[in-house]
Design a protein around this ligand. Structure first.
Ligand SMILES: Nc1ncnc2c1ncn2[C@@H]1O[C@H](COP(=O)(O)OP(=O)(O)OP(=O)(O)O)[C@@H](O)[C@H]1O
Ligand SMILES: [Mg+2]
Length: 330
């Protein structure tokens, strides 16, 4: 489906509403009050669709100052974020380029979310590791300030080593599953010899004990998966540092298509693809390849300021004008 309209018409709004309605949160902000129309008390997103052939009805209700509420086929969910484990949606927005061109933290965050989507049972692991790390760092500072002891630190060292080892393994597994799919899709989009490589150091309680003096000096744990990175390569170059804007965009898209395939394989239904402003910076040949690829993936929404930007006929064209809900043209 192609969503067209001038700048400021509300295309990104529509896409964001679909994300909130299917995932329970916005890809743009954690501040739910910003999702409510200026001057209004609340907002409601109601969606109907089907999942693997069964009808699906989703409702998300937001109220300023209250927790959002969500229901699926009439049954209330405990938290709106639970929608994530029920319905899959993947989003591309121009800020996603940070996954390739930004610092390691942006890539860790991205692959940790991919880990949660690909292996929902391990979705909490990155946060659990982060919490243990914060406790260990607080204990390190406590020792330097004289109100904690090395003995009190030991359980945290063990917990960081244990959760860190699990996190490295889980990330390694999801990156290895994405890697061949990424290489294929990147190749189709014109990025030759594309590859992903998880750059991780092995972590253990011994490794942490060995560097304890340095960690005490810094007041922070200086090794572990909170410092890892993922190398993204194509054409013999590291795209993180040397990719052109267009190449970085293609790499982000190839990652998204790879994940779409992984989600379909693991969960049995294709994710909804929400692609905001994806066509700008792509040459006409690549736009055509992308449009053809997307057709084979279930449902995809692309926004653009002009219908001519998509060199293929969309199945549906929606025109968004400021001030109304949009018109389905065909
Ligand atoms: N909470 C809100 N209530 C009302 N309007 C808002 C709210 N948040 C943003 N807007 C406005 O909604 C309008 C539509 O924004 P949106 O980002 O959806 O436009 P767009 O069609 O994607 O434009 P572009 O082509 O520039 O990306 C903007 O003018 C924006 O300032
Ligand atoms: Mg927009």
């Amino acid at each position: 489906m192609l969503v067209v309209g001038p700048n400021g018409a509300g295309k990104t709004n529509l896409l964001e509403a679909l994300h909130v309605g299917t995932q329970g949160f916005s890809p743009r902000t954690r501040n739910d009050a910003r999702l409510i129309r200026f001057g209004r008390e609340g907002a409601r997103i109601a969606l109907t669709g089907d999942r693997a052939g069964s009808p699906l009805e989703l409702n998300v209700i937001l109220h300023a100052g209250a927790a959002k509420r969500a229901s699926l086929n009439g049954a209330r969910l405990q938290a709106a974020e639970q929608l994530r484990s029920e319905v899959a949606a993947l989003v591309f927005t121009p800020d996603r380029l940070v996954v390739v061109k930004g610092g390691p933290a942006a890539r860790r965050a991205y692959f940790d979310r991919a880990l949660g989507r690909g292996t929902p049972a391990q979705a909490a692991l990155p946060a659990e590791y982060g919490a243990a790390l914060a406790q260990r760092n607080a204990a390190l500072r406590g020792i330097s300030l004289g109100y904690s002891t090395r003995e009190a630190l030991r359980p945290w060292t063990e917990r960081v080593a244990d959760l860190g080892t699990q996190l490295v393994a889980a990330r390694g597994e999801v990156i290895a599953a994405l890697e061949p799919l990424f290489a294929t899709h990147a190749g189709e989009l014109g990025l030759a010899d594309a590859a992903l490589r998880y750059e991780a150091e092995t972590l253990s309680a011994e490794v942490l004990e060995e560097r304890l003096d340095r960690d005490l000096e810094r007041g922070a744990t200086g090794t572990g998966p909170h410092l890892d990175d993922v190398e993204i390569r194509a054409g013999g170059r590291d795209l993180r540092a040397f990719g052109s804007q267009g190449e970085q965009r293609l790499a982000v898209l190839a990652l998204l298509l790879a994940e779409a395939e992984l989600v379909r394989e693991r969960r049995g239904f294709p994710p909804l693809l929400l692609l905001d402003d994806v066509l700008s910076e792509l040459d006409p040949d690549r736009r055509l390849i992308l449009a053809e690829r997307l057709r084979t993936y279930g449902q995809a929404l692309i926004t653009s300021t002009s219908a001519a930007a998509l060199p293929a006929e969309p199945d549906q064209l929606v025109e968004v004008e400021a001030g109304d809900a949009g018109t389905v043209l065909r």
